[in-house]
Design a protein around this ligand. Structure first.
Ligand code: PMP
Length: 291
């Protein structure tokens, strides 16, 4: 069912409105000039994981695009919780989005109204659970993550997803699940909607998040690994090192923790560290559930 033809409630500029009525005008700055930022979150058993961090990141993403979200982090958290509750399903993906409206339709848009909406919908783990321990196959994207001097790379800005969509399409055309993107300097960066980790010698290795999104899941994984006595080395990783790693997994709100079996010509066997972190992450996002 297309996303504009569903039932339910959308939180829209302060009110819950019927899903199908949550529209915007075609002459909106956010659409034409990508002045839009968003979040991706998950509610588990009715509780949004790290809701506060996501609200703060949304506000920060907007600041980087030179606009201010007219709701505090607390107000955003309350709105998200209300939206989850009103829609009735306690296990949903949560999508807040903020954009510049229609008052000005040229590059400059200082006086545009900032709009905020929140939609929620069921979204199973991004990569099919049955294949999870088998691992997914990644292509290496032709597109690269831009130099932070050329784009607000720490922002979860809609405009930055243009290269993600093109890379994902190219990967899927070739039969891969997703694409690993390099950065502007040719270093390993991240996937199109998730961060990447490798294991070697009992340690985790992950690229420094200096020109891509430092995922909330990424930080959670580093913390969960530390609690298990596993150190994470955040550093520059060149593609030439890819054959030297044992395990590989990607992580993000959508992907949760998903093992990788292939990156281009390189092969990985999902093993104990991936399995342990999948389990630890599952327990972390549902602290109330008996394991
Ligand atoms: N990188 C990109 C490009 C993403 O879209 C996401 C998903 N938001 C991530 C990384 C992971 O971020 P998080 O763990 O905060 O969901």
């Amino acid at each position: 069912v297309p996303f504009d033809q569903r039932d339910g409630w959308i939180w829209y500029n302060g009110d819950l409105v019927p899903w199908r009525d949550a529209k915007l005008h075609v002459l909106s700055h956010g659409l034409h000039y990508a002045s839009s930022v968003f979040e991706g979150e998950r509610a588990y058993d009715g509780v949004i994981f790290k809701s506060r961090e996501h609200s703060e990141r949304l506000r920060h993403s907007a600041e980087l695009l030179d606009f201010e979200i007219p709701y505090s982090a607390e107000e955003l958290c309350a709105a998200k919780a209300l939206c989850v509750e009103r829609n009735g399903d306690p296990n949903v993906y949560v999508r807040p989005v903020a954009w510049r409206g229609s008052e000005m339709m040229a590059v400059a848009a200082q006086n545009a109204t900032i709009h905020v909406a929140i939609g929620v919908w069921p979204w199973p783990s991004m990569f099919d659970v049955a294949t999870k321990m088998k691992g997914i196959r990644l292509d290496i994207a032709d597109w690269r993550r831009p130099d932070p001097a050329c784009a607000p790379s720490a922002s979860k800005a809609a405009g930055l997803y243009m290269i993600a969509t093109m890379s994902k399409h190219a990967a899927e055309r070739k039969g891969y699940a997703d694409a690993l993107m390099l950065d502007w300097q040719g270093r390993v960066a991240e996937c199109t909607g998730a961060n990447v980790f490798f294991t070697r010698g009992g340690q985790l290795h992950t690229p420094l998040a200096d020109c891509f999104l430092d995922g909330i899941t990424r930080r959670t994984i580093i913390d969960l690994a530390r609690r298990r006595g596993i150190e994470t080395v955040e550093r520059r990783i060149m593609p030439g090192e890819l054959p030297s790693f044992n395990e590989c997994f990607i992580c993000g709100t959508g992907a949760e923790v998903t093992p990788v079996s292939e990156i281009g010509p390189h092969r990985y066997v999902p093993g104990n560290i991936s399995r342990m972190l999948i389990e630890d992450y599952a327990a972390e996002v549902r602290p109330g559930a008996a394991i």
